[in-house]
Design a protein. Structure first.
Length: 367
């Protein structure tokens, strides 16, 4: 015999006359308002409506608690996201082999959250990009040709790519910088509905971030729903041709000493090591020259910290913040914008732009 005592509330909520959706809504409303004794019976013939109302009330309460813990809105949790599969199936990450699983799984979670918030927002505030990311089958179009086709589609000038971030954002790709907490992970990309996102490591130098962006763009162009052992090599080849077109860079790589490579780095916005690899792949530099180059770089401690990186013009994402500013200009409050993004009043978001402040000008008479 159990010694648990059950105490019934003195006032209950009757459901005899409740039917259908309106009846379920009434039960949900009653529970929200504090009723805990819901009267029902088989003879009422309304168990389905009562059950629906109870489940919705319980689910909403649970959703509210989960949303509060995650820093999101309950509406965000209930949104039906139209994604191309699960995160592990169609996301691409540029990382070193020594990256710890805990680190790249955390970055995966960040990308998953970003794609959901961007989709939640852009379902209501659609983008109208001036350019488009091509969708090409790597079995039919090689990475070099794909890079040339993408450059042509964007009508890019011949030669070095100036402000690669801006070019990518012009195609509606949401680029976000974040501190990954490790230098072993460079970036990650994924399609999210009709738009794409790229997350890059803010701690990487500009030349490495640019190579990561081009690499991830290669994934977006060639690997939407495509998985193969060669995808990383294909993305690397795409990035090399996109940033250093063979017909333009080849004549410039006939001399590959450290001074020449440093000058080319400042001109092309890519690392000295990327330039040497390009020279080697194009057959301009042989294996002996390549080996000698890396020995010199190692002796100078330049393998991990190349000179000239600080001299490159910084590139910063602007699209996400501009979406937030356009919503501000349309008269939306910060609370309304947060509701569109699906975040609470505390959680940060790349779509939340600082309010433009008013500058006070003092007239002191002296002029």
């Amino acid at each position: 015999m159990s010694d648990i005592t059950l105490t019934l509330p003195p006032i209950g909520f009757g459901t005899y006359a409740l039917r259908g959706r309106s009846g379920a809504d009434a039960v949900t409303s009653a529970i929200r308002n504090g009723y805990r004794l819901i009267d029902s019976a088989f003879s009422y013939e309304n168990e389905a409506s009562v059950a629906d109302g109870v489940v919705r009330a319980v689910d909403e309460g649970t959703a509210a608690r989960i949303a509060s813990a995650l820093g999101v809105t309950p509406r965000f949790l209930s949104h039906e996201f139209r994604m191309r599969g699960a995160i592990a199936a169609d996301a691409h990450m540029r990382r070193r082999r020594t990256a710890k699983p805990a680190d790249w799984k955390r970055v995966e979670a960040e990308v998953n959250e970003l794609r959901m918030h961007s989709t939640f927002l852009l379902d209501r505030v659609p983008l109208r990009p001036t350019n488009q990311v091509l969708h090409l089958d790597p079995d039919e179009t090689g990475p070099d040709e794909a890079a040339r086709m993408q450059r042509a589609a964007w009508r890019m000038p011949i030669g070095p790519v100036r402000d690669l971030t801006a070019w990518i954002e012009s195609a509606g790709v949401i680029v976000v910088e974040n501190d990954f907490g490790t230098p072993r992970i460079d970036g990650m990309s994924q399609w999210a509905g009709d738009h794409a996102i790229i997350l890059v490591n803010v701690e990487a130098p500009t030349d490495r971030r640019r190579l990561t962006l081009a690499h991830e763009l290669g994934h977006l162009v060639m690997h939407c729903g495509y998985q193969d052992e060669d995808v990383e090599a294909q993305a690397n080849a795409f990035a090399a041709e996109f940033l250093m077109p063979a017909h333009v860079i080849r004549p410039r790589l006939r001399v590959v000493d450290l001074g020449k490579l440093l000058a080319l780095k400042r001109e092309w916005g890519v690392s000295m090591q990327a330039l040497m690899e390009r020279a080697h792949d194009l057959g301009v530099a042989g294996e002996r020259e390549r080996t000698a180059f890396y020995k010199q770089m190692s002796r100078r401690g330049w393998r991990k910290n190349e000179p000239g990186s600080a001299d490159l013009p910084p590139e910063r994402p602007r699209l996400a913040g501009s979406i937030g500013r356009s919503l501000q200009d349309a008269g939306l409050s910060d609370s309304e914008i947060r509701s569109l993004i699906g975040v609470d009043e505390i959680k940060p978001s790349p779509f939340l732009a600082p309010r433009r402040g008013l500058r006070l000008v003092s007239d002191r008479g002296g002029r």
